[in-house]
Design a protein around this ligand. Sequence first.
Ligand code: PEP
Ligand code: MG
Length: 848
Amino acid sequence: MSGAAGRVGLVLVSHSRVLAEATEALARQMTGEAVTIACAAGAGDGGAELGTDATAIAAAIERVCGPAGAVVLMDIGGAILSAETALELIDPAIAARTRLTGGPIVEGAVAAAVRAAAGGTLDQVTAEARQALVPKAEQLGEAERPASAVVAATDAAAAAAVAATDAAAAAAVAATDAAAAAAVAATDAVALAATVELAIADPGGLHARPAARLITRAVAFDAAITLENVTAARGPVPASSLIALASLGARRGDVLRLRGTGRQAVEAVEALAALLQRDAPPAAPTAPPASCHAIPVAPGVALGPMVRLVRSIPEVPETTVDDPAAEAERLRRALDLAAQDLGSALRGTDILDAHQALLCDPALVDEAISRIERERCNAAWAFRQAIDAAAAIYRQLDDPYLRAREADVHDVGDAVVRALLGGAAAVLPDGPPAVVVAEDLTPSEAARLEPGRVLGVIDRRGGPTSHAAILLRSAGIPAVAGAAALVPDAGGARAGLDGATGEVWLDPDPETTIELQRRQAALRASRRPPGARDGRLRLACGREVELWANVAGPSDARVAREAGAVGIGLLRTEMLFLDRVDEPGEDEQAELLAEIFAAFAGAPIVVRTLDAGGDKALPYLDLDAEANPSLGVRGVRLSLARPALLEAQLRAILVAGRGHDIRVLIPMVSTAAEVSAVRAALERAHEALAATGAAHRWPVATGIMVEVPSAALMAERLARQADFFSIGTNDLTQHTLAAERGHPRLHALADPAHPAVLRLVRAVVEAGHAAKRPVSVCGEAAGDPGVAPLLVGLGITRLSMCASAFDAVEDALAGASFADLATIAEEALAVDDAAAARATHAAARRPG
Ligand code: PEP
Ligand code: MG
């Protein structure tokens, strides 16, 4: 009996052979052959009669008792006497390693076998058998003290693990997603602790068999594991005792918290969580749990505690200025910016008017300006003082409604201070990883969210192609947007979301929790392992489609390389310095770019020049307020308006690009003159570097983003100056359909599958092919499995997207030939709207 030799053996003594053998079979259901069990039962020939026999018991003990010892379980009366006699008949050394226990034979045998299989000592196995009735009694309300206390008291090592308060334990993380939790813990080489929460999906709860499997698996790891029933507030108990686990009373839907400490804590917790999820029988088809629908933004399923993103305000310096007139002007510009900021954050709410009125209230504005002029206070300090004075007035009012308006005054003050000082950091309260509820998440806030801390995002506003949404997708954070009607300002303890469908659940019930965990497990199972692809996928006809990556910083560059991206199709350089208050120096830019380029050494890298403006307001640029920022001085327009800024960036790109296959991409091109102006600036940057002898990349191919309808329509002319085209479907869709890309109510309209957008894509492909210019797509449509096949059907062979979309796009293209896709793309060009265009692809994939 391999594997059983070093473990405590069991002897089952019963008057009934049938009872003993059935008990053995029950125990073996839990442990298989891991434990040696012998039956000494019945009397007479073959044990056919009822009775017990001391010699048979002695022989059984000698058979099972190895160095670890043996435990004897007995049924009633004479069985005990016979077992005591047997001890006198055997070798005293064996007798010394044998324990007779008063534990119940059936429950005791099962519990003891599991503990023995898990490597329990003689004392632990004996104690386990002895206490085997406690959970039953507890469940029936007959217990004198809780089983968990009994077990913890008899298991010093495990009890110590439960009570661990060391630094490693303090660093534990909680998550509803085992992989996420493990990933977090694994990033901290010192913190050998991991925690995961999951709901019991098995209709029988955490019953004996899954519990036994858990225990036997747990011992394989160098880690102390505990379990806690969070729903019923029971435990924690060690994962080494069947009885302790039974005492958790874990029923279907209860949330269990698994916690591991020790060298292999992360692996152990991950493996046990997977085991518990795998053990659950497949759910019978049930009606999907009731949910509400928001806008799908980033795929993935999140479930966990809900926290609100709190916007913090920068410290206001109490300094004076030399030029009060310029400072007053700065304040006026900040008031305009704040009006814009609040306008988009509070759009559609009834407090917007009140906020806007406060922003031009003379009691605030005149007071602040007069402080600037009289006392030379800086603008932020002056406005803060005016706000504090106004707030004090509201605070003294009798009417509670009016008194509550003090909050509005502070809100307005914060918006102005943010506009003046920039760098407002939204902060998450300390705690375990959580689902974050945000109010119109900004790109800089999205950039700061750490995937290890954030299970998912519910943006009460926003839309799928906002830059915040793009950043969430690149970070692999599941997200939905436009959820104001579904998620109140306050309240709710837990939340669930499916970023692919847009479903949102507040305080999900056990059924929903199980369903969400099933979706998470399915997603994990479908994920391709790193290194599984080379970024080139072949259609059924042999045509190759390349998967390139959109990248916003060094970490997603590394992830994209690992995911097999052919190259970087779009490096959004404006994302590198989103929360900077001061302009990054040329060297600093070159350093950061070099880090990103290094991740794609030897591969093609398309670097886009600064695409600031619109919804990417870089604080250090001190941009003027505009009525229509997405149609304003943004992208290449802004770069050309600030030549020093542009040329510094171009020099940094060329210097960092030395030894790399870089190409420069110009954003928001609407005229040919813009392209020639940037080309001239690039020449100047090269000459300046050459003049100082600075090593740099030269020459570089220079392409344009086609994201303004005029550029798409003029592609044939622009091809004379552009070495390649990259179609930005996000802006192209926004401008073609006149539908703001982040607008929560226009997202159905701002759909890149709209035939108008597809027709422009076709025009660019044709112009590019005629002029032999490569054409790729780097807007979010490239990573949208409902649109990517249409793009390929239109002749696109290079799709650039967030690496997390590779799997879905590969699946969407699997098995199709170019001819199939060209046919559906042709149909999509001829329908009325985006929904019908998407349907052409969906219909082609339906069997039959
Ligand atoms: C686009 O507009 O499609 C694009 C890729 O650029 P961005 O999303 O950065 O504006
Ligand atoms: Mg764009």
